[in-house]
Design a protein around this ligand. Structure first.
Ligand code: GLY
Ligand code: MN
Ligand code: MN
Length: 433
């Protein structure tokens, strides 16, 4: 991302805010792990999107278009003693020269300076998911101003959730973001290819996980976008199995759902492979059905369709297939009307993908009845799956314990769907050994 990308986003945000407003962005403090250790640090996605600032605890105030300044930052000041231990800080100079702030101040002055910045404004935007840390500070500053003003007009009157505006901006990826997402997809694909080379009966699910982690990191990723799911055999029927502590058995499948985080953008891929290189007949039947549904779902990723279009098509394909395989006796129409497929397909087909794996942006209106339209620049996953638990007596025995999910990352364009993860094979002929 270039300085111009960030400045352009700030200008768009400034125009989208009500007049006399400020949006407050904040990087969280590092999360404590144990003893004197913290978890690996990840800055706030909105802060990264609007400024690229990745230092813990930094605050950015972005002002509406009618205001003179555009961005004021609050950061840790330079401290040579401390920096010898923990590495360099940007300091106030860096906040201006590197991140494009009009002004920057020591974070210790935040409360006093916020009073100055907010006293003539009406609205304060912030991400309500950060309310535990931000709202006590913001409420206290605003109340001080309101109280001080008494019968006068000082201080903001309203708080607004920034997520609607920031979410809508981030939902439509700009050119620099699309390039980053292509890099995340490419590194994710290579990690999966590494797994295909090492997969065999007897290895541990943790070895698959480690191969992914190594494959991602060695190719420049920050790490995994989320905890990798490496689910051998019936573990695949648990949607978010992340324990990854069993060995892979001859004759089983492994469902892998993982992705690399590259330059703060997520890849998110699922593949299901036969551990010994060959599908059994029952496994093949389920795999073919999921693959058909996934390809049909991807075809629906076109401008003019909406967030639920891939899901609706996937459900139609599943209803036909589950009936044809004798798994659900009722005819397809009745399966759909009575939601009988939910027993084996109980998650959605798509989510937005971006800086967050389950990315921001409104996908459905209240009550799910108004799905958002697919537009050029939107990236979504298409990830149908079927899951038959070992103890489900409604299901023919040969299918019990089988879980299959296939997931790709799809960019919506004027010219149709672009599968960012298309380089990773999913046809049976290409994945059998
Ligand atoms: N791995 C999370 C998801 O696919 O949504
Ligand atoms: Mn996934
Ligand atoms: Mn996903």
């Amino acid at each position: 991302m270039s300085a111009m990308d960030y400045a352009g986003r700030r200008e768009r945000l400034a125009k989208a805010l009500l007049p006399k407003s400020a949006a407050i962005l904040m990087n969280p403090e590092p999360a404590h792990k144990t003893g004197d250790q913290d978890y690996a640090y990840r800055a706030d996605s909105n802060m990264l999107y609007f400024s690229g600032m990745d230092e813990p605890g930094a605050v950015a105030v972005i002002l509406s278009a009618d205001q003179q300044k555009r961005m004021v930052m609050f950061v840790l000041p330079r401290d040579p003693e401390r920096e010898r231990w923990v590495g360099p800080r940007y300091g106030c100079e860096g906040a201006v020269s590197r991140f494009g702030a009009d002004e920057a101040f020591d974070i210790a002055t935040l409360k006093d300076k916020l009073k100055e910045l907010l006293f003539s404004l009406d609205n304060v935007y912030f991400d309500f998911s950060q309310s535990a840390s931000l709202s006590p500070l913001l409420f206290s500053v605003v109340e001080m101003l309101r109280h001080r003003g008494r019968h006068a007009s000082e201080g903001p009157r309203s708080f607004v959730d920034l997520r609607d505006i920031a979410g809508e901006m981030r939902r439509i990826k700009d050119a620099a973001e699309i390039e980053a997402m292509k890099r995340a997809a490419a590194v994710s694909v290579e990690g999966f290819k590494d797994v295909c080379r090492m997969l065999r009966p007897g290895i541990g699910e943790w070895e698959v996980e480690a191969t992914l982690q190594h494959g991602f990191r060695a190719r420049g990723a920050i790490g995994e976008s989320f905890g990798s799911i490496c689910a051998g055999g019936a573990h695949a029927t648990t949607l978010h199995y992340e324990a990854n502590r069993d060995r892979l058995a001859d004759g089983d499948l492994i469902l892998i759902d993982a992705g690399a985080e590259v330059d703060y953008y997520a890849g998110d891929i699922s593949r299901t492979y036969p551990v010994n290189g060959r599908f059994t007949e029952a496994q093949r039947e389920i795999y073919e059905l999921v693959l058909k549904a996934q390809k049909e779902g991807i075809k629906m990723c076109v401008v003019g369709n909406h967030m639920k279009s891939p899901h609706e098509r996937v459900r139609e394909v599943f209803a036909e297939g589950l009936h044809a395989l004798g798994i659900i006796a009722e005819p397809p129409k009745e399966i759909l009307e009575k939601n009988l497929d939910f027993a084996y397909y109980f998650h959605g087909t798509s989510h937005y993908l971006g800086m967050d794996t389950h990315d921001v942006g409104i996908a459905y209106g209240r009550g799910d009845d108004a799905p958002a339209m697919l537009q050029p620049g939107v990236v979504i996953t298409v990830e149908p799956g079927l899951y038959f638990t070992v103890d489900d007596v409604r299901v023919p025995e040969k299918y019990r314990g089988i879980g299959v999910r296939i997931e790709d990352d799809v960019l919506i364009t004027e010219n149709g769907p672009v599968v960012l993860t298309a380089d990773l094979p999913k046809e049976i002929a290409d994945i059998e050994k």
